[in-house]
Design a protein around this ligand. Structure first.
Ligand code: NOJ
Ligand code: NOJ
Length: 697
């Protein structure tokens, strides 16, 4: 068996003139169309055999050859005129490249930053990362910044997106990364079993917890929780790893996929099938509602998870198959005809345009190189995603000082959403790079099709980068010039991010809207990861660099006529073979503590007690209460916590004063948590006993 993915045969037949493409020729040497690629091959071929002038060569070829491309099953006969025309273009580009006509050295700058970015990620991974002191093996630090802001925690989302990048790099041949991925798997198997303020493993709820301490213990402080994108993103990363393992053909790898990876993935998929239709906090940890990003990544996870389950021969994918179409149906409801509304079903009083990087990050997180430019899946090249992208980019053109003096076709700095005030509401590196990545992803698809279809919906996007663009399906030179305009536009966003990157190459979370200096968390792992994924997407758009693997979206792209809001209760089991503690993940009871405690504005009530669930009597690990139902008639503070069944706990309430000090209840309370069989919820009614606080003057 030879290794050719595609043979190209020049006739008259001559074995020496059969060219072999090892892989994916359609995606492009130089990212051009097939004819262009062939022409370049021919140039190389002729260069080796004679010193013909390229122009002479074109006519020589035209007189001598017809070119046949023998693909897997189909034979494509190219019109010679197409080839000759493409040949001229290729000759021009080659000549331009030789003469150094490029105005900038962006590719070199990208390679340079990519090395820094990948190292920046590795520095933030425990146990050995130089910026991750004390972090457990496989715990991925969000940022080494321990104050203003304190990001010295591990977030499920950041860690999963980062690990997906590492897995894609592993697939590209960076085998050194495998041990980090295995450490991540182990750390996540442990974290799945850690009960936390979102809940426990036994009910699945605990999987929605957004962040943990770096020693893999629970964080009890107040936070926007649960966040339901985390389990789906973790599943996607690990499914990609499992498929890589299955493809090596090694039996050890196949067992790793089935015995270690799958049990972790299965818990996460069960979570998605059970909770996708429940509200939660968005990826920016601010909005309670339904997040487009969360919904889309949930859909992807169930589709690819079902396929993986089937190929592993596990008999438990029915819930994924039944829920994926419902999620896809729901996903359509975020579209408002012009752009994607990032959050719907939001908390009362919430008011924003809904234009948000959430949606651009979705396009790149759910990119499938084998998917058509489908609107239903909001693929990067779809009309919807392009229309949305323009709305997103434009929302930052006037609000950031550093974007002034740019034109409609310039790359600009972009942030989370225009109304953002976090650290003053600045552009973020990872969102600016996401714009570029969406376009590079789209270009990969257009190259594969050798065609760009402009619709009335995405026409404004196209006109902003190519004023003469018109509605229709474009091939040939119009295609090439549109595609090149898109690449140039994407490059301009990368150039913007690089322009505001300090010379060390360090990527923080944000850069100032006023002057572009780095702001907020330093060395943000997700910023670095976003650079690496952008760079891969660019290479795949402009060379024959291998694309990210397909997630099999063709088996999950049909939108049902009727949306069904449903849920399939799951079973959750500690992934012991992957490293979860044996005996963990036991049965729990969901206990609500209601306490009447009159407080002044600025004073908060906490719940402290024995056992890690209640913070081991440590006030700084006490649970924060909710005053959502507090009224003058009933000064109610409540806490809902999953506690181990059949256990006895001591507890008391605390007041946290506005100056940060604590006042303790004088009574010592105990609670006997019922055994499992007696049902899984309980309510405790208490009234504060002890000193009361005095409001500051
Ligand atoms: C508000 C920010 O917008 C959010 O993204 C962040 O995670 C939290 N505060 C906590 O720092
Ligand atoms: C704040 C961001 O808004 C959130 O998405 C991220 O997970 C955390 N910071 C940690 O990086």
């Amino acid at each position: 068996m030879d290794q050719c993915g595609v043979h190209v045969e020049l006739s008259p037949r001559d074995p020496k003139r059969t060219l072999c493409f090892p892989q994916r020729p359609f995606y492009g040497i130089g990212g051009r169309g097939l004819a262009y690629q062939l022409a370049r091959i021919l140039i190389k071929y002729k260069r080796a055999t004679s010193a013909l002038h390229p122009g002479t060569l074109a006519s020589f070829l035209a007189s001598q050859f017809s070119v046949r491309v023998l693909s897997f099953q189909k034979t494509i006969i190219m019109r010679l005129s197409t080839l000759v025309a493409a040949f001229a273009a290729a000759s021009f580009h080659e000549a331009a490249a030789r003469l150094g006509i490029r105005q900038d050295n962006l590719p070199a700058a990208i390679e340079n930053e990519n090395t820094i970015a990948l190292q920046g990620v590795l520095d933030n991974i425990g146990p050995d990362g130089s910026h991750a002191p004390g972090a457990a093996a496989g715990a991925i630090v969000a940022s080494p910044s321990t104050e203003d802001p304190d990001y010295f925690f591990t977030w499920t989302r950041d860690a999963a997106l980062t690990t997906k990048m590492l897995i894609d790099e592993l697939i590209h041949g960076n085998t050194n990364l495998r041990s980090h991925i295995q450490d991540y798997l182990r750390a996540q198997a442990i974290l799945q079993t850690v009960s936390n303020p979102s809940g426990a493993l036994s009910s699945g709820r605990g999987l929605g917890e957004p962040k943990y301490y770096l020693n893999l213990t629970r964080f009890n402080g107040p936070w926007g929780r649960p966040q339901r994108d985390g389990p789906a993103l973790r599943a996607t990363a690990l499914i990609t790893y499992a498929r890589y393992l299955l493809a090596t053909g090694q039996s050890d790898d196949a067992s790793e996929a089935k015995d270690k990876v799958w049990p972790v993935v299965q818990n996460d998929l069960n979570y998605v099938a059970q909770y996708w239709n429940s509200t939660g906090f968005d990826l920016w940890e601010e909005v309670s509602g339904s997040s487009f990003f969360a919904t889309a990544v949930q859909h992807r996870a169930l589709v690819e998870g079902s396929a993986l389950g089937k190929s592993l021969g596990v008999n438990s994918t029915a819930a994924y198959d039944s829920q994926a179409p419902n999620i896809l149906c729901f996903l359509q409801t975020f579209w408002n005809g012009q752009y994607v509304v990032a959050n719907i079903n939001t908390q009362s009083g919430f008011s924003r345009t809904g234009i948000d990087a959430n949606t651009v990050l979705t396009s790149i997180a759910t990119f499938d190189p084998e998917a058509p430019c489908s609107d239903a899946l909001f693929q990067p090249c779809s009309s919807r995603a392009l229309s949305n992208l323009k709305a997103y980019i434009d929302s930052f053109r006037t609000i950031y000082t550093i974007n002034h003096n740019t034109t409609n076709s310039s790359g600009v700095a972009t942030g989370r959403y225009a109304e953002d005030v976090y650290y003053g509401g600045n552009p973020w590196y990872l969102t600016t790079l996401a714009v570029a990545e969406q376009i590079y992803d789209a270009v990969q698809r257009w190259n594969a099709d050798s065609c760009i279809t402009i619709t009335s919906l995405d026409l404004p996007f196209w006109q902003s980068l190519s004023p003469s663009a018109v509605v229709g399906s474009h091939s040939g030179y119009v295609f090439t010039s549109l595609r090149d305009a898109a690449l140039k536009y994407a490059d301009a966003f990368v150039a913007t991010a690089l322009k505001y990157t300090p010379s060390s190459g360090a990527l923080a979370e944000q850069y100032s809207r006023e002057n572009g200096t780095a702001i907020s968390a330093r060395d943000l792992t997700w910023s670095y990861a976003s650079f690496v994924t952008m760079r891969s997407a660019r290479l795949a758009a402009t060379s024959n660099y291998e694309q990210v693997p397909s997630w099999g979206s063709s088996s999950g792209n049909t939108v049902p006529d009727v949306c069904i809001a449903s849920s399939v209760p799951g079973v959750y089991t500690p992934a012991v073979a992957a490293g979860a503690p044996p005996g963990s993940g036991g049965c729990t009871v969901l206990v609500t503590f209601n306490v009447n405690a009159t407080t002044y504005f600025g004073e908060d009530i906490y719940l402290s007690g024995s056992g890690s669930d209640l913070g081991n009597w440590n006030p700084s690990d006490a649970l924060s209460g909710s005053a959502i139902n507090y009224s003058a008639d009933r000064p109610l503070w409540s806490f809902t916590v999953e506690l181990p069944a059949n256990s006895t706990l001591g507890y008391r309430y605390l007041r946290k004063e506005s100056d940060g000090s604590y006042l303790y209840e004088t009574s010592n309370r105990t609670l006997a948590v019922a055994p499992c069989a007696s049902g899984d919820t309980a309510t405790v009614e208490d009234a504060w006993v002890g000193p009361v606080g005095v409001p500051p003057n």
